[in-house]
Design a protein around this ligand. Sequence first.
Ligand code: ADP
Ligand code: ZN
Ligand code: MG
Length: 474
Amino acid sequence: MKYIPVIGLEIHAEMLTRSKVFCSCANEFGGDRNDRVCPRCSGMPGTLPVVNHDAVTLAAKAGIALGCTVNNYSAFDRKNYFYPDLPKAYQITQFEFPICTNGLVHVLDRDIRINRIHIEEDAGKLVHDDYEGISMADYNRCGVPLIEIVTEPDFRTVEEVQVFVEEIALRLKYAGVCDAKLEQGSLRVDVNISIMPFDSQEFGTRAEIKNLNSIKSIGRAIEYEIERQSELLDKGQKVVQETRRFNDNHGNTKALRSKEEAHDYRYFPEPDIPPVYITDEEISDIRALMPEMPQQRYMRYTNDYKLPADDAKLIIADKAFSDFYDSAVSVYPKFREISNLMLGEVNRNLNDTGKTIGDVPFSPEDIAETIKMTDDGKISKNAAKTIVKIMFESGGTPEKIAKDNDLIMQDNSDELEGIVEGVLSENEETVAAYKNGNEKLFGFFMGQVMAAAGKGTNPKLIKDILTKKLSNNQ
Ligand code: ADP
Ligand code: ZN
Ligand code: MG
């Protein structure tokens, strides 16, 4: 390729506060239209906004999660524009003094600098399909607290952008800031992209692409834009600075508005909200309250629990799954066994049933108990898998499922002792070789006893009896 792409992101994340950012309406999704609206968030004249303390705390947590400085002083501004989803005709945001600045996130082989994180309110939504030719306004989303994360133009490849967005989503989830669902719009990514000739130091003119609601469409949109801009430059034409919309069905981008038509937002300080002061002490209190982040959890799994790196990554990639795993190992600390069962049988059943770990009709304790029953020799490893499958279908405790389905292994120790003695006396020379140090022969004895005892015999029991008999100085 003759050109190097230069990419910067603007990411909006809806914060998980109980109420909206400047009023006490519930911050929830769904429900009937306009049933979570009050005079303040519907922009009635004379009402006064009050900043939600939790929104400030969560924004600071987002900053800490992305390596930013949390600023002692931040302030709100009005961004003026008219659109029917914004009843006040201005959005309250932070322009000159954002709450967080100067972050750094390392992805693949690159350091991505975070320019700023600021707090702002979301706008409502227009509903176009209910009546022919008429659009209706739903203000439920007005005043939902957002943070906007702005990166420097530090990305050079599609993959870096995709890995970064996944990493940000994960960190925001772990920090409890946002549930970060691209498809549902709780995390929204705008991509700024330009290209420059290989030997150039100077960035080209950028286009901004909005409306990207999956990791995949982020990739497709960037690739399309690189093509489009390369063709323009190849023909000696110029890229114009504009906002474009990505069309998922066609896989292309179309101009929405150019820089010339861009709004003049007439930013000015919000007169109804005093600046936000956070002391150093408050910032360190928030830092102390930060939950365990994915990077820390990764260290715990690989260093303390000795899980393989790939397994640790797989578990951590889904916070609910990872929390479930943590609860299971807190009851019964067999880290590797529980990890294997969850990444194997539990995941297989999740995929087959289309469920997430949050929907399953059994608890982490049930998984711990299943592993414990295997360890105690009550059930076989295969039976453990069967139990997981049945728990998916109909719930129930592992004990009861094992009993109801004849999965409990027989404890026929007396009979087994006889069989073991028989096998050993028939193979005196091999026993002697074993006692002289050829420990590999243990497998041979196991095989012989298993064959004589028949299926369904508990291998652990055989092993115990064999070990005992072979170590006797008879
Ligand atoms: P503005 O002030 O015009 O909004 P910013 O400097 O704030 O522009 O940048 C907005 C976004 O565009 C940021 O994510 C930034 O990384 C990105 N960006 C800026 N310049 C370029 C460029 N030449 N190519 C690609 N992205 C860019
Ligand atoms: Zn309200
Ligand atoms: Mg900007």
